[in-house]
Each structure stands twice: as structure tokens, then as C-alpha cells.
Design a protein around this ligand. Sequence first.
Ligand SMILES: *Cc1c(COP(=O)(O)O)cnc(C)c1O
Length: 733
Amino acid sequence: MSQVQEPSLAALARENWTEVTPQALYGKLQTIARNLWWSWKPEVGQLFRDLDPVRWRQLDHNPIALLAEMTAEQVAERASEMAMITRINQAHRRLHDYLTKTDHTWGAREAGVLGSKPVAYFSAEFGMHESVPIYSGGLGILSGDHIKSASGLGIPLIAMGLFYDQGYFKQHLDSEGYQQEEYVNTKVATQPMEPAVGKDGKPIMVSIETRNGALNAKVWLVRVGRVKLYLLDCDVEGNSPQDRELTSRLYGGDTRTRIRQELVLGIGGVKALRALGITPGAYHLNEGHSAFAPLEVIHERMQDDGLSFDDALREVAQQTVFTTHTPVPAGHDRFDAGLIEEHLGPTRDKLGISHDQLMGLGRVEPQNGEETFTMTVIGLKLSRRANAVSSLHGVVSRRMWANLWPWRVEEEVPIGHITNGVHVPTWLALPMRQMYDRYLGVDWQSKMYDPETWQGIYQVDPGELWETHHALKSRCLDFVRRRLSRQCRRRSEDEAHVDAARLALDPAALTIGFARRFATYKRADLFLKRLDDIAELINDTNRPVQFIFAGKAHPADEPGKGFIKKIANLRNDPRFAGRVVFVEDYDMNVARHMIQGVDVWLNNPRRPLEASGTSGMKVVLNGGLNCSILDGWWGEAYNGKNGFSIGNGTQHVDTAITDQRDADHLYEVLRDEVVPLFYDRDADGLPHQWIERMVNSIATLAARFSAHRMVQDYVKLCYLPAAGGLSSEMGMR
Ligand SMILES: *Cc1c(COP(=O)(O)O)cnc(C)c1O
């Protein structure tokens, strides 16, 4: 497929909007397909689906791949059959307006000073849409949601990441229920990417010196609404065959691969910004993967402004914001001295610092030769503002890193918190949005971060809310059944199994969803500890319960794969067949169907290991209720009336005891609260108290846990002070 250049804005403005030559129509769809803006506008995405619903699904909802299979004439013919031409013209004009009319945005009012010196947001993964597979889980989705909200709010922000042409993996289970990983090459031509060019109009390349020769990377540009995301890619001539594959896979490979990827992201990312002619006012390091970046910025300041290393460090730290996401020491990247010297040696030469000084920046105790180099530690040392991602995670992080500030009491450790949020337009189902349009006022989306905006939901007609939810639930169950039969066919199982998959799940039954990475601390297997009791709940003829599970285990995580196997194999037990199901290959598409359609979202991590969690926030928007351990975001969200809590937020020092207690609490809350409330119907057949909880959940949580609120917090508490030289550090608590 030929790469289509996006027409200049001036050319767009000159265009005759009623023109309908096939080429013009095709060109408009191409332009729309090449900006991920379409992915959070469901009615725009439907344009592509309507062109060819079957291929749309088969191609992972990838509009570029879909258009590549059709000629302009075919598109025009189909569009006129489907009466889509006006809709295409309108969508194209809306995109154009969105990109050009920015005066009225919150960012234009509140973050104007960032205009000439934008925020540079670094992250190792970005989850924006299933057709751009460069994410693995929550961290990536958070980054994607962050930049989408920055776009919506009109915040001057550019983003930096890596392009993984094999992404994470596709998951299948074999007939024993064991996870199989398949790596699929993404064709660049199907991605909404174009080569990033410098001021001279030539494609940008960056080169990073190591003690073992240079590592080279090219730079791609992805348009995410108004935000530009740049992705570094090592598959270039001049790199060794091994290095050409360096950025192939997300979280694959050994520690040497890992440090090389992080070198490219951090040092390479800063070099790419310079080549692009961008001078950021603030740097936001989303997790430790990019924490080498400030070293390169320090080098720039020494070179440009003649500063000493210490002075440059002080100034760069002032501009740097660091967000930590990991509440367990083992979750932090650590590198030994040899790897650091091999990869950062040339950088430290330029900085004029010794090997021990550099190692000291990555150690809690700089002089301790036994200590390895930790990315989180250098991130904390090179940033003036650091934050955790929920209130409880803030407490845990201050305790965990207290030794970095031995002269301070724990409460005074300078790590604040900004609780995560989700990008509402991405996760909100269209029928729910249409309902909000009626109850919250037509322009509610422009104030979705304001809790007041959501108060109108108290006026909702309970029957209307319930019916809307039910339509979404049916859609979810249809999707799951379709996936289950596909899974059976893939394993060449007999027709009896395929038929059973087709008949799985009961639309009237209380439906509980659980989907996330199968990291062991998330304890997907917790309910197995009370399996016989859960079996009774499931098989209650009057008040049945059913479970939908999904999630990938990291390829090296055998215990996580064991959880998947146990859960998937429950289908062989007649008590659970068709009532506990496992959907393979969890991605944003599976996530969207599940969070939009379940009655209850289950989250039972081992407290306090879930730094925030975000999937439950997506559920809130669509009327589902959370049933969760009081960990991460739920610890600050739950108010007794807007969902359910498993236990009361305590844990035993012995994890086995904690796990058993939590399993007991899980069973008890289902038996005593969730099931009775769901099945308590009035004469009109509606569960009024349940619906009341749905309303409370939306009214009290939707604004607070939106990514718009989150990005506004980052702007006010971090970006503006960082770019403007203000020195408030504790505002985040
Ligand atoms: C939201 C989301 C996550 C994060 O889920 P948590 O419950 O926060 O772990 C992970 N993967 C996908 C595909 C998601 O959409």
C-alpha cells in the first residue's frame, strides 16, 4: 500500500466539502484512518465497519488495513449504498475542526505557558487501540489514555515511546489449557505511522554510543488527535542483525535487551526531540524504563549553557516529573555495573563523571558497591517531583523509598500521588453516551472532569438505565460466545464442544467479569479456594451466577500460566461448563466488550500490591459495579454505596492467611450482598436498589477517575511548576 501524505491544513480548508469523487472520498477516509482520533469516536469507527463488517472484525478493526483492500471505486460504491457520504464528509470536517480550533480548550486557558515548551511524556508502551499492538497491559493503556486526554484538553504535550513490530504476543490455550504465545509481525504499512522528519525535511535517525559501538534508531510519528507520539525503531541498516530486532518485542529478552531498549527510549528519545527541534519545558517519565533520559538532557544543558554537571543536574531535575507504578521491590528494573558501564559509559564520559558517581545515581546508598543500579532510584534522584498512582500507593512508595531521604521522617518523603484515570470517550459505550447526552446536557463531554457534570444521572429513568445496560450485556455475551466457539474450532474440538460454546452463558444470570494481566499478585485464582461454595452460587437455579475470565500471563511467569490453566479447565467440570469461561487473547477489544457488558467487575489483588488498577474505572462509566479489595484506586473510591468491598482493607503478615481470609470475604460478599441485591426485583421486574448503586457509582466516580482529571492534576501540580521553575514539591498530597 502506498503511504498517503496527510494534506496540509490549508489544503483541507480550501477543499470543497460536497465533492464526492471516489478519490476525494477515499482520501478523506485515509486522512481519518491516519489519526487515532477516530478510535475514540464510535460513530466515526462505524464508518469503517460499515464498509465491510466482516473484514473489519477480521482485521482487528484496523482502518488502514481495511482501506488497503479496497479501491476508491469500491469504497465510493459501498458508501453510496450505505448512505455514508454525508457521514464521511462530516467526520472529516470534525477532525479538521478538532485539529485547528484549539482556542477554547482547557489547556489554552490553563496551560498556555507550555505552548512554546511542551511536555515530553516518555513511556515504554502505549495502548491506544487494538490495531496498534504496542502495549501489554495497564501501564500502556494508562499512557494511551494520558495522551488522549492531553489531546482533548489541548495540553501542549508530545509523547515518546518505542515501536515493537511484534508487540506483545497473541495468546492461545492448547487443549490442556496451557498458554501458547505467538508473535506476529505487524506490517508497518498497516500502522498509522509515518517517518518523522526534522527541520530539513529529512527522516530523523538517532545514534546512541555504547562501549560496544553505536545503536541506531529511526523515528516514527503517530498522530493521536492533537498529540504527536514518536516511536523509536531499531530495525535500521547499520545496526547488527541482533540489534535490528532489539525493539521487536515488548518485555521480551534478557536484562541486556532490556537495558538496550531503555537506552534507546531514554537517551535516544531525548536525541530525537532535539533532532525534531523540540525544546520541552517539562519531562514526564512514566515509570522507570525511561529514567536514563535526564542524563542526556543534563549533557545538553552542559553543552548549550556551559553549566557544570551539578548545576545542570539541579536544573534538569527541576524540569523532570517521575511517576512510579510498582509497589514491589522485585518489579523494578535493576542492572549490574558491567551493563551500566557498557551502555552509559560514553554518556558519563561526556558528563565528566566517574563510573562510581554514575552508579551512585542508581543506588539507594551511593557508596554501596554491592548494590545494583535501579531505574526507579535514578528516576527519583533526577526528578524534583515524583508521584505514585493512588493514595495508598503513595504511602507504600514513601515507605519503600524512605532510605533515599534518611534525614526525613516517612511522611515527609517527597513522593506524592496522583491517582490514575481513564479516557472516558475511549471506554464509554455508545448507547451509554447517548443516554448521558440526554441526562447530563449535550456538552457534558467538555466538562467530564467536573463532578457536578455527572449529577444529572440522579434524574435517570431506572428502566432506561437497566435496558441500556442489558443491551450492552447481550452484546458482551454474544461476543464471548463467538470467541468461545472460535477457540473450540481452533483446537479442532468436536461439534458438541462448539455447540456448548454457542450456548454458554445465560443473559439473565448475574455476570461477573475478571480480566487483567495474570500476574500472580492479582490472584485470579482466589475464588478457587472456596470453589465448592462458589459452585453452589453458580448453580443456584433461581439466582445463578456466571464468570467471564480473560488475561495473559507473562511468557516467563509459570505460576501465572498455572492460574490460567486451572481456570480454563473448569469447563471440563459439569458444575462450571458454560458458567465459568475463559476468553483467549485479552486485548483492548476484549477489554472493551467486557467492561461495557458485565454486571460486576471483580478485582482481588493481594493488598497493597495493586498500585492503582484502572479496568474498574472503565466499568463505572458503563454502569457495571465494582466488587474489589480495598486496594489501589478502590481504597479511595468505595463509599459503601457505589459498589462492593471484599473485606475491610486489612491484611495479615502471613500471605497464606491473607489469601484465605480474602477468599472467604469474596465468597461472603457475593453470597450476602451481591447476589441478593441483584435478584431483588420489584413488581416492574427491576432491581431498584441495584440500579441505585449503579447511579451512585457513576455520580461519585466517573469524574474523579477520568484521565481528564488526572491530566489536569499533572498540569497543575507538576507540569506548570516544572516548566515555570516553581518549587512546590508536596502539593500532590
Ligand atoms: C484497562 C486495561 C488493563 C488494566 O487493567 P487493571 O485492572 O488495571 O490491571 C490491562 N489490559 C487492558 C487491555 C486494559 O484495557
